[in-house]
Each structure stands twice: as structure tokens, then as C-alpha cells.
Design a protein around this ligand. Structure first.
Ligand code: DLL
Length: 439
């Protein structure tokens, strides 16, 4: 199945984006008190916007703007024209609320269908959808997209891992979707039951909603026998399906930029950065009706690039390094959990189930304690018995190796405590929080 727009020549794509942006600013001028106010404040007239290149003249929108206009203040259609409402998964304060017209729901389904297709899924395949159903956009987003592609869906939602595995064994789906940390939990359950990987029906895993790195991809692909690909998105923009990896390319994700125009801004100056430079991803929704956003500050750190071997013409983004909020400053060094995770991949035998505890002194983070698991196989190979002196020596040295690797690659000093495989809490469905409360 092909979605021809993914292969547009760049000049045609820019033309389409320009037309859409011009339409959007006029739409907002007419329908949005919020943006009309912003245009007036900064002395912009919609007529100043003639092409996509003019986008930098427009104001940046922040999460705070959504919060300040809770719940429906940024909607540009009356409530009776909505078809659906979702919320973002904020952990503090009021959630941010997003609305969809029926056209928006169609658009959402279309970009998710494209994403599933890029992930390797095909019409006629069955999706085991372990994303949460509810106000979170993951469950329903993947559900509608899969149906649009012509797949069947088991709307199982997250949690109850044993039942998930029973259903995968009995129903034999080809595609799994859930968060990467939950895919690890599902994969571990298969291993625990001693089911050989070639007996698992799954071929593709479509994973996102949280940052993840190659070590997690490697574990999931090996244990489930799948192509694991990265799906990215956020409720404010639409939900999952803003960008997606291709299962034969991996390494970075196409942004569906006919609908979601990306820019990278400097986190401090908020000025645009050139292609290839890392900063905050900012997205303009070119075609949404119920709650279009101009230059929305996602707070996610990444960079944009073109891949010369890419099948499609659209720009790609690197995996998200983390949310700007999740950055730890350890003795003056900026660190994202994903960088620690990446460092693990250089030590053989690390199981990427880990937790980070910042250690504070006078309200400054001075160190990082890390709890992480070691692969059972390594311990068995050494013929070690749990908790004996030999075991403690071995895991002590193993921890030192990890500390050295992190020092070398990330530049911070850590204290690593090694735990037996399956002994740390696992993801029970949904997003995992790997940063624990400071000590
Ligand atoms: O997490 C939408 C989603 C559902 C994406 C299912 C993918 C799969 P929110 O709850 O609004 O929406 O959270 C959005 O999650 O700003 C990122 O910080 C993070 N995030 C989402 N996908 C990825 C990813 C959904 N693939 C926030 N890699 C975003 C890294 C991700 N971070």
C-alpha cells in the first residue's frame, strides 16, 4: 500500500505546505481569539504570510498557552462540531485538552495508517493494540489508523501481561503496539514461559510514547523476533503518527510534514537552528480544524536531517533524546536518561531495565545512582550463585565497567548497583518513569 504524498518532490511539497499555511493563518485570524490576539500583539497580518518560509514570523505556542485557556479556549470550532476529545498525559496540574472534528479524526487515522504501513504492517494483518484506551491518544489513535489501513484490531489496552501473552499465543497477531518499556515486559514473559522466538507470531512492533534507544530495540527484536520501529507524536499535535520509522531503514523517523511542519529552535534563544543541529522540535499543524497550533513548542529534543538512502522524500528526525524537562544537570553536565541507556549498550550483558536516582546536596544534583539488571546468562556462564562472595565480586566489577562507560561517554560520575534479572519493577503498561525521587 502506498501513500503517494510521501514521495512528493520537494518543490511540490513546499508548495503544498505554503498553500496550507496561508490558509491556516487566515482560518485562525477568523476563528481564534487567542491567535488574533497574538497576531495583533506582534504586529503580524495574515497577509504577511505568503509561503512556508514566512513561518518564522509567526508566534511560538507553548503548553502554558493551552493550560491558560483550559479546557476549550484554543478550539476553533463550536463544541457541537467536535467528534472527539483527548488529553495529554501530564503528571502535574490540569491536563491539556485537545479536540478533533470528524475531519481531524480522519486525518489522525490517515497518518497512523501511513505510520503502520511504514512499520511493515499490511492490510489483512492483525494488530494487538496494547496502548492504553481512554483519554490518552495511543489506544484509539492506533486503533483507527489500523482499521483505516485494513487491519483487524484486538483492543486489549495495557496491563495484565500474562493475559496479553495468552492472547498473542492464541490469536497469532502479526503486529504489536505498546510503549517500548511494556514491549520489554511482554518479551520477558515469553522468555519466562520458555517459548522459542520462532513460535511467536509477531513480525512487527510499533513502539513509542517515550524515549528509547538501540539497546531496547535490540532486546525486543531478539526476544520477540520482530522489526521494532519508533512511532512518535503528542496529543497537542494529534497523538501518535506525527513521525514514524521505516522498518527497512530505522535509525530516524519521517515526519509527515504535509500535515505537521517541523522546525528546530534553540532551547534558550528560541531562534531557528539549521538542519542537523539539535534543539527543541516545534511543529505547526497545517491541516487541523478543531485546534490548529502554530509553532507548538513540543519540549522534545531532536534534530532534523535528510537521509540520502531514504525511500520517501520527507524530512527525518533523530530519535528523541528526551524532554527538555527530563534533563538532569549532574555537577554542571546536562544528561538525558536516554544517554545513560545508550552507554549501557556498550557493556555486554546489561538488561535495559533501570532506574536513575539523582543525589542532591544543597539542592544541586551532585551524583546519579543507577540501579540496573544483569542478564542471567552472564551469571550462569560464570557459574555463580546468587549473593555469594564470588557473585558480589563479579557484579561489583560489572557495575564498575558500566560506571566507566558512562564516564567516558556522558562525562558524569555515577554509582551503579547491579540487580539480578527480573528483580527490578517492570513497566506494567503505558509510559515508564525511569527517574526516581532525589535522595
Ligand atoms: O504519547 C502519543 C503517542 C502514543 C505517541 C503512542 C506514540 C505512541 P502524549 O501523552 O501527549 O502523547 O505524550 C507526548 O511523549 O512530547 C514526547 O515527550 C513523548 N513521546 C511520544 N512518542 C515518543 C517517541 C503520546 N517515539 C510526549 N520517542 C511527547 C520519544 C516520545 N518520546
Amino acid at each position: 500500500m502506498d501513500f503517494p504524498v510521501e514521495y512528493l518532490q520537494l518543490d511540490q511539497l513546499r508548495h503544498l505546505q505554503s498553500e496550507r499555511l496561508v490558509g491556516l493563518v487566515h482560518y485562525l485570524q477568523e476563528r481564534s481569539d487567542f491567535y488574533r490576539g497574538k497576531f495583533n500583539e506582534s504586529g503580524i497580518s495574515p497577509d504577511d504570510i505568503k509561503s512556508i518560509e514566512d513561518i518564522t514570523k509567526l508566534p511560538v505556542t507553548f503548553k502554558k498557552d493551552l493550560r491558560d485557556h483550559y479546557p476549550f479556549g484554543l478550539f476553533t470550532v463550536p463544541k457541537n462540531e467536535l467528534q472527539r476529545i483527548h488529553c495529554s498525559s501530564g503528571t502535574t496540574g490540569k491536563p491539556t485538552v485537545v479536540g478533533y472534528t470528524s475531519e481531524d479524526v480522519n486525518l489522525f487515522s490517515e497518518v497512523v495508517a501511513r505510520s503502520l504501513n511504514a512499520a511493515g504492517a499490511k492490510p489483512g494483518m492483525q494488530l494487538h493494540n496494547a496502548y492504553g484506551y481512554g483519554i490518552f491518544t495511543g489506544g484509539l489513535g492506533l486503533h483507527y489508523g489500523a482499521e483505516k489501513l485494513g487491519m483487524s484490531v484486538l483492543p486489549v489496552s495495557g496491563g495484565m501481561t500474562a493475559r496479553q501473552v495468552d492472547l498473542i499465543i492464541d490469536f497469532r497477531p502479526e503486529v504489536l503496539c505498546c510503549s517500548p518499556s511494556y514491549a520489554l515486559t511482554i518479551a520477558d514473559e515469553f522468555t519466562k514461559r520458555g517459548i522459542p522466538v520462532d513460535e511467536i507470531s509477531l513480525q512487527y512492533a510499533v513502539l513509542g510514547s517515550e524515549p528509547w534507544t538501540e539497546i531496547i530495540r535490540h532486546h525486543i527484536e531478539e526476544k520477540l523476533g520482530v522489526h521494532a520501529t519508533n512511532i512518535y507524536g503528542l496529543s497537542e499535535i494529534i497523538g501518535p503518527g506525527v513521525s514514524m520509522e521505516d522498518f527497512e531503514e530505522k535509525g530516524g523517523s519521517y515526519i509527515w510534514e504535509d500535515h505537521f511542519y517541523p522546525e528546530i529552535l534553540d532551547p534558550i534563544t528560541k531562534e531557528p537552528l539549521p538542519l542537523g543541529e539539535e534543539g527543541v522540535l516545534v511543529i505547526t499543524t497545517l491541516t487541523k480544524k478543531a485546534m490548529p497550533l502554530l509553532r507548538y513548542w513540543t519540549n522534545d529534543i531532536t534534530s532534523l536531517y535528510y537521509d540520502k538512502n531514504a525511500k520517501r522524500t520527507m524530512v527525518k528526525m533523530k530519535p528523541i533524546l528526551g524532554r527538555a524537562d527530563d534533563m538532569l544537570i549532574v555537577r554542571g553536565v546536562n544528561v538525558y536518561p536516554s544517554q545513560i541507556e545508550e552507554a549501557f549498550s556498550h557493556v555486554k550483558g546489561v538488561v535495559p531495565n533501570y532506574y536513575l536516582t539523582p543525589v542532591e546536596k544543597e539542592q544541586m544534583c551532585v551524583a546519579l545512582d543507577i540501579d540496573v539488571e544483569i542478564d542471567d546468562v552472564l551469571v550462569t556462564e560464570e557459574n555463580l550463585e546468587l549473593d555469594t562472595d564470588a557473585y558480589l565480586d563479579f557484579t561489583g566489577n560489572f557495575g564498575k565497567n558500566i560506571e566507566n562507560e558512562i564516564k567516558k561517554r556522558v562525562g558524569i560520575t555515577t554509582k551503579v548497583k547491579i540487580h539480578a534479572q527480573d528483580s527490578l519493577p517492570k513497566c506494567e503498561g503505558g509510559k515508564i518513569n525511569r527517574i526516581l525521587k532525589s535522595k
